[in-house]
Write a protein that binds this ligand. Structure first.
Ligand code: MBD
Ligand code: FE
Length: 285
């Protein structure tokens, strides 16, 4: 991925990178054969009906309509469509998808996933800076199928923010691949990953999404979290996030992406590291 526009940890920088990353991911992910006219008509009509109803119910004025138009233009120019949609909409799409999913609970992907990260063995440390800040954390567990058998062919694609809430690839001061990796589990489906505890994530306040949040008087925070995609041959992948017991914003995630089953309870070890265990269960594909 090129990061030419991304020269400082600003909303415009991370927005441009997130838009670029999304476009790259769409080369593989677009629905085969497109979407039928009937489906487009049904869903778009329902979306527009919701907008129309809000306008009538709340007697929206011309100045308000034009301000909304200006803001939507800014969302696009700032590259913030991935951020805005993943924060305010993706949780509903995930809720629909999760209704047909067995095994571990999923959560939203968000705008900061990058494919093709460093391959790592089952007992490992995520790539990090020599002076990486944050409480050291060991995250360990096992991947099994719905019958309880270990899945030795599984991998954990893991990524998370640093101790300041920034993601590598979306903040130019961070080395490429920092706090990201693809971990291959061992013969028992087990893994043990050394990393640091991430900080909560704040929506950039200098971009259009942050301006909306400020204008509405909401808070711009997501609780600290690990992102994961867990895959195994012949099984349905799980995209999820794991949070931390007692963490700030856990009960008021701006992205509404927390679930009670997704909260880790890390315990301090004798060496001062935190340790947390979590097992994943994948259903057959
Ligand atoms: C994030 O870190 C995130 O996980 C989501 C879903 C949206 C914005 C930032
Ligand atoms: Fe995130």
């Amino acid at each position: 991925m090129t990061t030419t526009e991304n020269t400082s940890p600003t909303a415009a920088g991370s927005g441009a990178s997130a838009t670029q990353a999304f476009r790259a991911s769409q080369q593989q992910g677009a629905p085969e054969g497109g979407v039928s006219a009937e489906r487009v008509s049904t869903v778009v009509q329902a979306v527009l009906a919701g907008v129309h109803e809000a306008i009538h119910t709340h007697q929206v004025t011309y100045p308000e309509f034009q301000a909304a138009k200006q803001w939507l233009i800014d969302v696009g120019e700032g590259g913030e469509w991935p951020l805005l949609l993943d924060v305010f909409v993706e949780h509903e799409v995930e809720d629909v998808a999760s209704r047909t999913q067995q095994g571990s609970k999923g959560s939203i992907l968000g705008p900061y996933y990058l494919p093709d990260q460093q391959k790592l063995p089952a007992v490992t440390a995520l790539p990090m800076r020599a002076d990486e800040q944050g409480t050291p954390l060991t995250f360990a567990g096992q991947v099994r199928d719905t019958a309880g058998n270990p899945l030795p062919g599984a991998e954990l694609d893991i990524w998370h923010a640093d101790d300041e809430g920034y993601y590598s690839g979306f903040a130019p001061h961070l080395p490429e691949g920092n706090l990201r990796g693809v971990v291959a589990v061992d013969e028992q489906g087990r893994f043990e990953i050394d990393t640091i505890q991430p900080a909560p994530y704040q929506i950039p306040t200098d971009g259009p999404t942050g301006m909306l949040i400020t204008a509405a008087g909401w808070h711009p925070w997501r609780p600290a979290h690990l992102h994961l995609i867990v895959r195994a041959p012949g099984h349905r992948s799980i995209t999820t996030q794991l949070y931390f017991e007692g963490g700030q914003w856990l009960d008021s995630d701006v992205a509404q992406a927390t679930k009670p089953e997704l909260v880790l309870d890390p315990h301090p070890q004798e060496d001062g590291r935190l340790r947390s265990e979590y097992d994943f269960v994948l259903e057959p594909a």
